[in-house]
Write a protein of this length. Structure first.
Length: 114
């Protein structure tokens, strides 16, 4: 599988920048993600338990490989403060080949530092 077809961007919303940083650090430290971007403030409109809600949230985007999406999702759900967190993986269909190779290298099993 080429780096392009293996790469995924995982979109996650959380309740605060602090929670995003905490989750992001774990994902990168455990090599489930090569990198995490955090967008500190956005507004979400949604229905939850029959009510129309509007909240400030933080977006976390994790860069990973397709085969790590399930493990990354499980880790996010375990660390997340929400009952039903948004975790959605999006395929990468193109981009800088060197960057995509870097994602693969940084999330490889043999890249862990002793």
């Amino acid at each position: 599988m080429s780096e392009t077809s293996a790469a995924r961007m995982v979109y996650v919303t959380v309740g605060s920048p602090e929670e995003a940083r905490a989750i992001g650090r774990v994902l990168v430290d455990e090599r489930l993600a090569a990198c995490v971007n955090i967008f500190e403030s956005m507004t979400s409109l949604y229905r939850w338990e029959g009510d129309l809600c509007e909240d400030r949230e933080t977006v976390l985007i994790a860069k990973t490989r397709a085969e790590l999406v399930d493990a990354l999702t499980e880790r996010v759900v375990a660390l997340h403060s929400y009952d039903c967190p948004c975790v959605a993986a999006l395929p990468v269909v193109g981009g800088n080949a060197r960057f995509l190779a870097w994602i693969a290298d940084e999330t490889a099993d043999d890249s862990a530092v002793s």
